[in-house]
Design a protein around this ligand. Structure first.
Ligand SMILES: [Zn+2]
Length: 254
């Protein structure tokens, strides 16, 4: 796919995630990225608004200096800014988001082609509660398993930026080691979800299903508590061939 087409789709994805009626991200919240397949990727620039972003709201950055920085993450804010300035392919483009490190890991190690991060009200109602990530460790209805994955990866609360990216990388690597596949959803405690997708539609679908899952969970807790599916039923849905087919078909929807 041509870079201009990827950028066009990234803008469309940003507008979908930033729609006010969806309550996924407001003001400067959230960010998105897309792999360009040549060691570089587009990522939202710092301060841009997802709902109103245009091509100037993105920066194209190189993976290599980002990964080099992640190997020595004990950096001052000033040093992090210098790395973000230096990793830009076009030095005239805006400063990339401080979450560029996190996007680099999802694209470079998590097998994602497209990544979306938001602060959905529905998900934060649970993630910022005393229950934290626990309600998301089991399932309550089949479509969340099909679209969001049987299991989500989890990251404890860490200051956003390079340290958060290092914590996310640790969680992602453990997940890959334990499950043999990358997660579709990574939940960051007291912060929000990161969605790893193969297409821009995949990212949006997963975020919307996660939003619905969270809203239903909160409703379940107000009516007593959720009636979770048995683990073996969730495992069966995850592995059904017809569900694999459905998953692929949903990801391709335009
Ligand atoms: Zn965030």
């Amino acid at each position: 796919m041509k870079h201009a087409e990827i950028l066009k789709r990234l803008i469309r994805l940003s507008h979908e995630l930033g729609r006010e009626d969806r309550h996924l991200a407001i003001l400067g919240e959230g960010n998105v990225s897309a792999d360009l397949g040549d060691g570089t990727f587009y990522v939202k620039a710092s301060g841009s608004q997802l709902g109103a972003i245009d091509a100037g709201g993105f920066s194209r950055v190189s993976l290599k200096p980002i990964f080099a920085a992640l190997d020595q993450p004990d950096k001052t804010d000033c040093e992090v800014r210098k790395i973000l300035e230096a990793c830009r392919v076009d030095k005239k483009s805006k400063l990339p988001s401080v979450e560029t490190f996190l996007h680099a890991i999802c694209l470079g190690e998590g097998g994602a082609k497209w990544v979306g991060h938001a602060h959905p009200v529905s998900v934060l109602k649970i993630l910022c509660s005393k229950l934290g990530v626990e309600p998301f460790r089991r399932h309550i209805f089949p479509d969340a398993i099909v679209v969001c994955g049987r299991r989500v990866a989890v990251v404890p609360y860490v200051d956003p930026g390079i340290r958060l990216a290092v914590a996310l990388r640790k969680s992602l690597r453990q997940f890959l080691k334990d499950k043999g596949v990358a997660p579709k959803v990574i939940l960051m405690a007291n912060h929000g979800p990161v969605v790893l997708g193969q297409t821009e539609r995949d990212v949006l679908n997963t975020m919307l299903m996660l939003d619905k899952w969270a809203a239903i969970l909160t409703g379940n807790y107000t009516l007593g508590r959720p009636r979770f599916l048995e683990d073996k039923i969730s495992d069966r849905i995850e592995n059904r061939p017809d569900e694999h087919y459905r998953r692929r078909a949903i990801g391709k929807l335009k």
